[in-house]
Write a protein that binds this ligand. Sequence first.
Ligand SMILES: C[S@@+](CC[C@H](N)C(=O)[O-])C[C@H]1O[C@@H](n2cnc3c(N)ncnc32)[C@H](O)[C@@H]1O
Length: 212
Amino acid sequence: MSTEDPDEAARRLAAVSLAADDPTGWFERLYAAAAEGAAVVPWDRGAPHPLLVDWADGRELGGKALVAGFGPGFDAEFLAARGMATTAFDISPSAVAAVEARFPGSAVDYRTADLLDPPPQWRHAFDLVVEVMTVQSMPPPFHPPATASVAGFVAPGGTLLVIAVVADTAPEDGPPWPLTRAEIQAFAQDGLNPVAVERLEQRWWRAEFRHG
Ligand SMILES: C[S@@+](CC[C@H](N)C(=O)[O-])C[C@H]1O[C@@H](n2cnc3c(N)ncnc32)[C@H](O)[C@@H]1O
């Protein structure tokens, strides 16, 4: 195992992809290296995001959930444990293999898919869509199409929850490329209206939108 800082190692992989005009190829290389013990996934918290857990506390959850860019899988497992029929996707096949090994017998339907070109049958198909730090993991020119894609998954009457790092000014160096207030507000499209856009602990956006 390398002693390099996991964030630095991820940025180094990302730089190679970005230089080759391939903004997402580094995720597969990172998860594949992690599977061999040659890298650490820097965003693997070993638990669902605390702001998701806090948001869900005391809420009645049910119906179909979609987790965009599931990464280590804990957010998807959390929603499934809360009774939601949960689909979760990531661009990296090795990320899918990792969660299938980590959560054998999981109730979550894990898929490989690209947020920038998602399956058309997912459009307006989910009661709850959860996006945690996935749009921000792509360079800013990809934020508008990724945001539109996320918003488009929400069914009539459904809810979108976005958790992302705050950028006070447009970020230049990444990954990640945290979201400005305007970028968070941009999820209010395709029939979605803001319910609460919160800035928490200074550095986090937690934004809830409802369709209709
Ligand atoms: C910063 S990580 C966050 C992972 C997870 N949501 C979390 O909070 O731990 C971003 C995740 O999004 C995935 N990802 C990035 N671009 C994607 C895309 N275009 N389509 C699907 N997944 C993508 C990456 O493979 C990675 O697992």
